[in-house]
Design a protein. Structure first.
Length: 136
């Protein structure tokens, strides 16, 4: 049930030969993401459970889910960009049906992220799911 944008990331990951190249690609995804307005980087949008500073602000338009996100760490901005590709444009009621851990396993992230980064990624996924559930 992956979006075309996430499928494109998965295909790129399949093409890249080693984790260093994939790691650089994740960072590039984060750099390419538009910055979040600092006025939105407030306690209400902060994601708890991340080692880095992470903010996620939902945008629901015409029944589809989208969000803005940002972090003070480049690799985490890249992870936010991956989650954005996974969830952006999905009908709000279908966000919970996405098996994010399975989709992320396709990228091999769990094998190469530190325990803290993995916990933070899980916290970001949970936050997205809660934001979507609140909008249904």
């Amino acid at each position: 049930m992956a979006t075309p944008a996430f499928e494109e990331i998965a295909e790129t990951f399949d093409f890249l030969e080693d984790w260093e190249e994939r790691y650089r690609h994740v960072i590039e995804l984060g750099k390419a993401m538009p910055p979040m307005d600092p006025a939105l980087q407030v306690p209400a949008t902060k994601v708890e459970g991340c080692a880095s500073q992470v903010w996620i602000m939902p945008r629901i338009e015409a029944g589809t889910f989208d969000f803005q996100g940002d972090s003070d760490a480049l690799i985490v901005r890249g992870l936010i960009a991956i989650l954005h590709a996974m969830y952006s444009g999905v009908p709000v009621g279908q966000v919970a049906a996405i098996d994010a851990p399975a989709e992320l396993r396709r990228l091999g992230l769990e094998e190469h992220l530190s325990a803290q980064r993995s916990n933070g990624l899980r916290a970001m996924v949970e936050r997205v799911r809660l934001l979507a559930a609140a909008a249904v």
